[in-house]
Ligand binder design. Structure first.
Ligand code: SF4
Ligand code: SF4
Length: 146
């Protein structure tokens, strides 16, 4: 008989994860690297996503081009840490950190479950036909309809 063990992301709170476990929980979808907009004149206006991805994102490789230095390199690249989990509601609904903060299961395509990063491309930045950020880009032209 094979012993079935409960995976770490279901047995541990986000704050209890090791650094390696925390990093493994990120599915690499890249959706957090898309620029977002919010109507300043409307109170509690929803955050809307655009198809414009951070200039530091490598679209072909499907990942940040300078992950170790991302916070120094790009102003506004938010550090996701366990003690800030309550603020994660600006992240996409599929984000593993957001899901686990709300005690929700990871999707079947998450690499920790599927064992592969292949299917992430169907749900992440790649599926949205991303456009790389430039100095003069008009984000409003690239808002994604909710
Ligand atoms: S949205 Fe969440 S799961 Fe996706 S890349 Fe960003 S931090 Fe990782
Ligand atoms: S610096 Fe890297 S991790 Fe940060 S938003 Fe840009 S592409 Fe994403």
């Amino acid at each position: 008989m094979k012993k079935i063990t409960t995976p770490f992301w279901e047995t541990k709170q986000l704050k209890e994860l090791t650094h390696e476990e925390w990093e493994a929980l990120c599915d690499g979808c890249g959706l957090c690297c898309l620029h977002k907009m919010q109507d300043e004149e409307e109170e509690d206006a929803p955050v809307v996503l655009t198809r414009v991805v951070c200039r530091c994102y490598d679209i072909k490789a499907g990942q940040c081009s300078d992950y170790p230095n991302r916070h120094e390199k790009v102003e506004g690249c938010t550090a996701l840490t366990p003690d800030r989990a309550a603020e994660f509601d600006w992240l996409p609904e599929t984000c593993a950190y957001r899901l686990r903060h709300h005690n929700l299961p990871l999707p079947s395509w998450h690499p920790l479950i599927s064992g592969s990063r292949e299917r992430v491309r169907l749900y992440g930045v790649h599926a949205l036909d991303p456009v790389l950020e430039t100095d003069d880009i008009d984000l409003e032209e690239y808002i994604i309809d909710p």
